[in-house]
Design a protein around this ligand. Structure first.
Ligand code: FE2
Length: 381
């Protein structure tokens, strides 16, 4: 366990000189300042003290028996690099100074006898230097720790992101796979019904874009449009193409079950709960006269209000019997006249605008608008 850092007013200074009177005199002068001054009479004793305490400054005499001051400061530099090193000597020789700088990495070189005021100023500067080095080291260590923590956090987030992405991809893949399976069922049951579903889904995509819906909501509406009549596969095939107006009351009751059958088929997986709810309500009317729940206005799921408009448009344009087809103009007229009764006015307006912008079928000679009212009954309502 490392020794606690001394406070700013208690930095330690180590004076090393084999001449006792010298280090005692120097220590006395330094004690004027708020330092904790230690003295040693040899390099060995100094190294023992260095091993026990953290020193801000070491002042070593050059000429000492066994190990001179330069060698002591060289070891100090290696073992305690933050301790600021000062050499003092009675010899004013350049080669000593050069060796002290090169070998001991000293901060200052002082010639005996020293001036008390001057040496105290030097020690103060050395202590400041030690404090600065300590602060820098702390900041460096702190940055290192923070960088490491940041690196680990980044790695952790990357791993989580990768796992989430994989999960999302798998879940999306399963979701799309399920849509594909449901579509195949409809296709096998009745290819004509599947063609209708594809056209409705395509137009639904246009309307959603026009309404600026979020990607997730667009997908829900598009998939619902594709699967809105899936429930018909649970009924006798002949009913899916039979004109609703020609059906018996029992047949009508059966046909009206297809939205709930579709909801039950798709809604078994919670991921499809929104799609299932839209399928259930795609025959609701804006005025509350639809089925199966008689919902009205905003109570009808938004996606179901979109599917209802496009389903009616496509069913009137492409009925099972080609001779029952209506002209695009008459169908649009019918949709417009049903704003607020059968359909959500906002959806009708958006749909008609989308059709105008994206082009439309321009076939002529189909059923005129005034005959369309008689066909309304064939919209299963
Ligand atoms: Fe339907």
């Amino acid at each position: 366990m490392s020794e606690p850092e001394p406070s700013a007013r208690a930095h330690r200074v180590l004076v090393v000189d084999d001449e006792r009177n010298v280090h005692v005199a120097l220590a006395r002068q330094l004690k004027v300042d708020p330092y904790e001054v230690f003295t040693a009479e040899s390099s060995d004793e100094a190294l023992q003290l260095l091993g026990k305490h953290t020193f801000a400054v070491i002042v070593a005499d050059y000429l000492m028996p066994k190990m001179n001051g330069i060698d002591l400061l060289a070891i100090t530099q290696k073992l305690y690099p933050d301790t600021v090193r000062i050499l003092f000597t009675a010899y004013n020789e350049a080669n000593i100074a050069i060796e002290a700088i090169n070998k001991g990495g000293i901060y200052r070189y002082i010639i005996k006898p020293w001036n008390g005021k001057e040496i105290r100023a030097i020690i103060r500067e050395a202590v400041d230097r030690f404090q600065l080095a300590a602060i820098n080291r702390k900041l460096f260590d702190l940055t290192k720790v923070q960088n490491q923590a940041l690196l680990e956090k980044t790695k952790e987030i990357e791993l989580k992101n990768r796992a989430l992405k994989k999960l999302y991809e798998e879940s999306n893949l399963n979701y799309l796979k399920s849509i594909e399976i449901f579509s195949s069922l409809l296709e096998v049951f009745d290819p004509w019904l599947m063609q209708h579903a594809k056209r409705v889904a395509e137009l639904a995509r246009l309307v959603c874009a026009k309404l600026d819906l979020e990607e997730k909501d667009r997908n829900h509406v598009e998939f619902s449009a594709l699967l809105h009549d899936l429930g018909l596969i649970g009924l006798p095939k002949i009913l899916s193409r039979k004109k609703f107006s020609l059906c018996s009351e029992d047949e009508k009751r059966l046909i009206k079950q297809h939205s709930q059958i579709g909801q039950n088929l798709v809604g078994k997986d919670p991921k499809f709960s929104t799609v299932a709810a839209i399928i259930r309500s795609h025959h609701e009317r804006y005025d509350g006269k639809g089925w199966p729940d008689g919902l009205a206005g905003e109570d009808i799921p938004f996606g179901a209000r979109i599917v209802a408009v496009i389903d009616a448009y496509d069913s009137l344009l492409y009925p099972a019997n080609i001779y029952d087809r209506s002209s695009p103009e008459s169908v649009k007229g019918y949709l417009y006249n049903s704003r607020g009764t059968r359909f959500d006015p906002r959806i009708v307006d958006t749909f008609l605008l989308a059709l105008a912008e994206h082009g439309e079928i321009t076939e002529r000679g189909l059923i005129p608008v005034d005959q369309l009212r008689s066909q309304e009954e064939d919209l299963f309502t």
